[in-house]
Design a protein. Structure first.
Length: 120
């Protein structure tokens, strides 16, 4: 993975372009994030976290007007490249952890704090 910081935004891209049919295994994040398809095209599947059943699918392409998808926090999802040289970028806000916060959801901050739960 390559990770970049731009102001109060954190961006993560895969370490290599995905080949057609390559799959990024299902996973979930602690906060909402946006995934942009910056090259090629991809199938993004949202899954039931208990049994892996596909709940929703969407196809996104770099050349489309809406080349992004919002992935809500806690939603399991996987990405499959529909063509060679597919690259995606996940975009997050920097967050700060407040000890004792009952929601454990962090506040958006201007700088990266090193709190890994904010970006995983």
């Amino acid at each position: 993975m390559s990770e970049y910081v731009a102001g109060n935004i954190f961006m993560r891209t895969p370490s290599h372009p995905l080949q057609k049919g390559e799959v990024v295994d299902s996973h979930a994040h602690n906060f909402d994030h946006v995934t942009f398809i910056t090259s090629g095209s991809a199938l993004i599947e949202q899954l039931d976290g208990k049994d892996g059943t596909v709940i929703q699918t969407t196809e996104k392409a770099a050349y489309a007007l809406k080349n992004w998808v919002l992935i809500p926090k806690g939603v399991w999802h996987r990405i499959t490249a529909l063509e060679g040289h597919t690259i995606y970028t996940c975009v997050y806000s920097h967050r700060r952890y407040h000890a004792g916060d009952l929601n454990d959801d962090g506040c958006v901050v201007e700088e990266y704090t090193g709190w890994l739960k904010a970006i995983t």
